[in-house]
Design a protein around this ligand. Sequence first.
Ligand code: ADP
Length: 667
Amino acid sequence: MRHSTTPLVTTIKERCRVCYTCVRECPAKAIRIATGQAEVIPERCIGCGNCVRVCSQHAKQVQSAAARVRELLAGGAPVAAMVAPSFPAEFTEWSDGQLVGMLRALGFKLVNEVAFGADLVAERYRRLLEETKGQRFIATTCPALIGYVEKYYPQLVGALAPIASPMVATARVLHRLHGGGLKTVFIGPCIAKKGEAASERIAGEVDAVLTFVELREMLRETGIGPASVEGSDFDPPRAMAGGLLPVARGLLQAAGVAEDLQAGQVVAAEGRENFVIALEEFETGDLDAKLLEVLCCKGCITGAGMSGHTAHFSRRSRVSQHVRRRALAVDRDRWRADMERFADLDLGRQFAANDQRIAIPVATQLADIMARMGKFTPEDELNCGACGYDTCRGHAVAIYKGFAESEMCLPHTIEQLKRAVRELAVSNEQLASAQEALMQSEKLASMGQLAAGIAHEVNNPLGVVLMYAHLLLDECDRKSQLYNDLQMIAEQSDRCKKIVSGLLHFARQNKVLLQPTDLADLVARSLKAVPAPEGVTVGVEIETGDPAAEVDRDQIIQVLTNLLSNAYAAMPHGGAVAIRICGDAERIRLVVADTGVGIPKENQAKIFEPFFTTKQIGMGTGLGLAVTYGIVKMHRGEIGVASNADPAAGPTGATFTVTLPRKGRQE
Ligand code: ADP
């Protein structure tokens, strides 16, 4: 017997693309999305097969009864095939006779139409409606509907019409006719029938349920086709209008319920949305019907066990054409006699509540979950349905029960993705500029190595030249031409010495002597060393209460004098220099801004390289900023420049910012 946790439908994981269509189409909300997979929850599933039908990837697999049927046919007991009334809509390529013949060839001893069971059931409904006063019923011909009421409308279980389904009725007829040893196999379009047959309440009455799709597979496997079998007729008892059952209002027509009664007190609803609404209204009393005939599918002819190769209305007309044909051919007296014969057959059926409703979480829990989906105000609740739930709150409740994930909220996930893209773009930009800075500093570092090598080699012979020049100068007559020449040698050697020492500074080959220092004082001393030329004003602003840091005083004075000299040189017609000292607890910042000609963009990356100069020959060595850079780096600091050299783009000028750690560290 089927245990309630054995799933009627399972997911083929490799095929599931997690599109949430099955979640959306499942009226019982019996699909859990966990770790990116859709999975059917057996205890919530009503077997309507909507998920199977709507899955474009064919990722939903129906529990197959083929193996069980093969076992039954191979066993000693006779087996009856009970063919559902929707068969004319499925097997359009074969005649009735061919289908029956093929079933017999498969090994079925008896082949019966469930439509006769439907005739009996319809008759019981007619009696129920006539004999009960003031009571309202829900028809119980659709097993998915029974499951839905038992699980999600347990308060309506009492209203379920206590009449067995046509499948069970047919099984009871056959067992009475052929004895309890007969095995019965229902062949039809419905997945929920598998659940019904396995239900404890009708234990042992129907041994297996095969879908039309599974029957086709069995025929294919065994190689049985219409050509290889002899045509044959269904076994008695033969049916009449019961064949209409698979279409909406079919039960009422089969029962011959009078039109006025149908119009006033009987309501038929079909399809995933309508059946839920109809039940809701039936419960509230808005729908004042004596009998509610509900089919979860759009009639059994659209059941998930159909192979679905024919159009919906063509299926409908094929079913009614079949019934019409049979009504003409059938022996009415014989049919009436059969109906009489089984008038006393017990067609009772009981139902029991199996409450699977989800308790609504308390408001704070719900609010927490909604916040995770970025929903803080009612306007945030778009109720777009993309997650598969009708409302954001429905989705939140499902998350609370562990059936869904917050990532299923598409607008929120798109928003998060957009944010991630924006953040990525920003860090990409930062990465690019860091890469550029790294390349620049690598270039400067390798230049420094080269410079240091040359400077070291040149420094000693230069010292010797200088020493001998001075020795000769001391011995020479001051008025002689030789004295002048020697003085030139000494002067130029001295200039070379300065260049070499500049290179050593740039290459950070010099030592720093760190001392606690008042930088405001250093600024004042630098301004004394390089006073502003005419037409240039200098302003100093100290924006920190404590302008102190551990630095090498002489070297920082050199930095400041270099920056000031460059600023003055950039303002041949006058201007202003603004010096600012600012910073935080960790760092101190020296800012030197001028209103000079500025540095063109293409030069900004080159100005810290040794020997880069735009000044005339003899005016600049191109070492000032290289030395500055070396000193700042020796202090474990940073130097940067912002400049505009294009008058059309705004006021021109250059701003150099030197950032130094307040607490120095000796190299
Ligand atoms: P030098 O002053 O000997 O040219 P630097 O290394 O000090 O060497 O400067 C390199 C180049 O940077 C200068 O020639 C000049 O083109 C540019 N530069 C430096 N500071 C400024 C400034 N404040 N305004 C405009 N250009 C500047």
